[in-house]
Design a protein around this ligand. Structure first.
Ligand code: NAP
Length: 306
């Protein structure tokens, strides 16, 4: 039986970061412009700390200006909003990212809506969601943008392909569907209320799963030869009872990888797939924001129209 080819997130993310570094160097040399990213971390969630450190290290490695503002878990909503407004007015900062989740006492939507949409490099403000839905130039959420770049770099032109997106979150499913539509796919969105999900998935030339349920998409849900993009990041105990007894966990996707790879033409692994693209896309969005804020033309040869 044929084996799907792996879409290697590491290779694509490294290539994107290298393109970003070249563009940063060009902006510095030609325009004296150094793209700057500010990340706001509230509280001490260990996973968030790891993500924020990676964002900081990778932006510095690409030659960007990068600052992290760490506030205590007891910080008030007003304090966080005041910091966002200060960064909105800071000419050295072109991208602002508020690391989610925020502590429960803070209304994340209120904080996000305080962001200058032109510096909203996570693409989570209503203004950017509206721009994307209207087919206008937007800052696009990083994970779905990473999915689109993987697909374009793997399959080339996506015109006319049927893309089935499972999941309709504001963070992943909805913007992924909009981006696929922008790439001239025919798009079907599925969610927890969809009837006969397996039959629907089997229609997809592209199947993108962003659900948060380990191994939900089975091999027989996949159209032979389809490109499968697995966004899911799920922590599950090891099957080995010794490791499980030690409380050890591993990360798996929303797709049952082994059986899916017997049917799909292309597939992203978890880990090693989409997840690696997210930070690279954040850097790319920061460069895009810096250029737009300075009235510089966006590249005409972008891999993904946005
Ligand atoms: P989310 O906000 O919880 O949304 C999950 C979506 O899946 C919802 O639209 C839900 O439908 C749908 N769903 C749930 N159960 C379903 C079922 N049985 N059948 C069909 N649809 C179902 O999650 P998210 O933020 O989009 O994240 C999804 C996954 O991607 C998670 O595993 C997350 O960890 C991962 N993720 C990865 C990255 C990355 O960098 N790779 C970034 C973000 C998220 P309803 O709307 O009907 O409830």
């Amino acid at each position: 039986m044929a084996q799907a080819r792996i879409i290697d997130g590491k290779v694509h993310a490294e290539a994107l970061r290298a393109r970003v570094a070249v563009e940063v160097a060009r902006l510095k040399a030609d325009h004296g412009l150094q793209p700057g990213l500010a990340v706001i971390l509230v509280g001490d969630d260990p996973a968030s700390r790891i993500y924020v450190r990676a964002k900081n290290e990778q932006s510095l490695a690409a030659g960007m200006h990068s600052v992290t503002h760490t506030l205590s878990a007891e910080a008030s909503q007003d304090e966080v909003v005041a910091l966002v407004r200060t960064l909105n007015d800071d000419a050295a900062i072109h991208g602002i990212l508020v690391q989610l989740p925020l502590p429960p006492a803070i209304d994340a939507n209120a904080v996000l809506e305080a962001l200058d949409p032109d510096k909203d490099v996570d693409g989570l403000t209503v203004v950017n969601a509206g721009r994307l839905a209207a087919g206008r130039a937007a800052l696009t959420p990083c994970t779905p943008l990473g999915c689109l770049i993987l697909l374009r770099e793997t399959l080339g032109d996506l015109t006319g392909l049927h893309a089935v997106v499972v999941g309709r979150s504001v963070l992943v499913g909805r913007p992924a569907a909009q981006l696929l539509l922008g790439a001239d796919c025919t798009v079907t969105m599925a969610h927890s209320k969809t009837r006969d999900l397996a039959a629907l998935c089997r229609q997809g030339d592209i199947l993108l799963a962003a659900v948060g349920r380990p191994g939900m998409v089975r091999g027989d849900w996949i159209k032979p030869g389809a490109a499968v993009i697995d966004v899911g990041i799920n922590r599950v105990p090891f099957r080995d009872p010794h490791l499980a007894a030690l409380g050890k966990t591993k990360v798996v996707g929303d797709v049952a990888f082994k059986e899916a790879s017997q049917v799909a033409g292309w597939i992203t692994p978890v880990p090693g797939g989409v997840g690696l693209m997210t930070v690279a896309c954040l850097l790319d969005n920061t460069v895009t924001a810096a250029k737009r804020l300075h009235g510089l033309a966006a590249d005409s040869n972008r891999i993904v129209r946005r």
